[in-house]
Design a protein around this ligand. Structure first.
Ligand code: SF4
Length: 233
């Protein structure tokens, strides 16, 4: 099996893609061991209860890790953390943000949820709860140090990372980020050449940002769709 939805098995496909030189290939080459099988890693993630049992600030609800690991997808969607609806359904981007993201990518739901096309690995795998104003809390800070490098190294065939929001951009671009999320996204051409495309979160909360930055739709999105189209089935 070459795909693993955290908590659920998905269909297999044969054939492994040849990786292009990118940050993930470099990471995999640096690893001393062979990539961890995605299905066993997904099973380990599905059983994680760190933020309930160990964390200093425990989750007030039962953790439900949501991610899609794939040994075939060439595109990684690096998001933030599941919202309440995703937590309830166990399906990533199964909400209005997902609808907008699919529109940005130029794909239908079936293409989006085909793990041969996209791996989906947020910065925090579980719904983090709400803050005092009713907004989603940021991704659990415990998650990435425990799981992220293992997940990335298990998918050395990834060619393009869509780094959605500042948390993912900080992890995937490191010192390459700019002073603000807007400036980081504005430098998208430079980052894309290195295999990482920074994007804002597709939440309705960013509708104003999209109006203020029309170049995102007129310049970045057409290039994003071209990059997606040549990497999906
Ligand atoms: S957020 Fe990550 S570290 Fe915390 S319980 Fe979920 S999978 Fe485990």
């Amino acid at each position: 099996m070459e795909f693993a939805h955290v908590g659920t098995s998905l269909n297999s496909r044969s054939g492994r893609l040849i990786a292009s030189p990118n940050v993930f290939t470099t990471l995999a080459m640096q690893a001393e061991r062979a990539p961890e099988p995605v299905e066993s890693l997904a099973a380990s993630i599905a059983g994680c209860r760190h933020c309930r049992d160990v964390a200093a600030n425990p989750l007030p609800h039962e953790p439900r890790p949501v991610a899609v690991l794939s040994a075939k997808a060439r595109i990684l969607i690096a998001g933030q953390a599941p919202g309440r609806r995703v937590h309830d359904t166990g399906i990533p981007f199964n909400d209005a943000s997902g609808d907008r993201l699919r529109d940005w990518l130029g794909v239908e739901r079936a293409q989006f949820y085909d793990p041969g096309n996209f791996a989906i690995v947020p910065m925090g795998f579980c719904f983090p709860g709400y803050d005092a104003r009713g907004s989603d809390l940021p991704p659990r800070r415990e998650c990435a140090p425990i799981w992220r490098r293992r997940a990335i190294e298990a998918m050395p065939q990834i060619e393009l990372v869509l780094a959605i929001g500042s948390h993912a951009q900080r992890w995937h671009l490191g010192a390459g980020i700019s002073a603000s999320m807007t400036e980081t996204v504005r430098a998208w051409r430079t980052h894309l050449a290195a295999g990482v495309l920074p994007m804002p979160h597709p939440s309705w909360r960013n509708t104003g940002w999209l109006r203020r930055n029309p170049w995102f739709e007129t310049e970045l999105l057409p290039e994003l769709r071209r990059n997606v189209l040549r990497r999906i089935a």
